[in-house]
Design a protein around this ligand. Structure first.
Ligand SMILES: [Zn+2]
Length: 135
């Protein structure tokens, strides 16, 4: 598996965007602007697409006489994006884990809120009111 350096969000977004469906270069630029509120210049997008093509992660199809190129991920490209997403998922987990509480009754993880109750002088966290009742 060839490594591609994903050192900025624009690259990350290009990959995610192509993973959902094939797109024109200008569509990618437009979407990044809309969804990320960030201006992506063709100078950021096209060289990156070119490098992805070079290693076989992206293929192109030319439509119409105007030669608009549609970029799509190849199977190895899709595999690579799944790896990136997994990695990103683990990072999120690391970031979120310290904020988790454990329900004193059922043991499930509680991210935000939950139900807090003072029982026998102890502040306990529950995932819901019924867990607190049954405790
Ligand atoms: Zn519970």
């Amino acid at each position: 598996m060839k490594e591609v350096k994903i050192d900025n969000l624009v690259k990350f977004y290009v990959l995610i965007s192509l993973y959902s469906k094939p797109r024109h270069g200008y569509e990618l630029i437009k979407e990044i602007r809309e969804k990320m509120g960030k201006k992506a210049s063709p100078g950021q997008i096209y060289p990156f697409l070119k490098s992805l093509r070079k290693i076989g992660y992206v293929g192109i199809r030319t439509v119409e006489a105007r030669e608009k190129k549609v970029y799509r991920l190849t199977n190895p490209g899709k595999k690579f994006v799944r790896i990136i997403l997994n990695r990103f998922g683990s990072l999120l987990e690391i970031a979120v884990k310290p904020q988790l509480s454990i329900c004193a009754h059922c043991g499930c993880s509680v991210y935000r809120g939950g139900h807090k109750e003072l029982i026998k002088g102890k502040n306990l966290v529950f995932c819901c009111v019924s867990c607190a009742k049954e405790y």
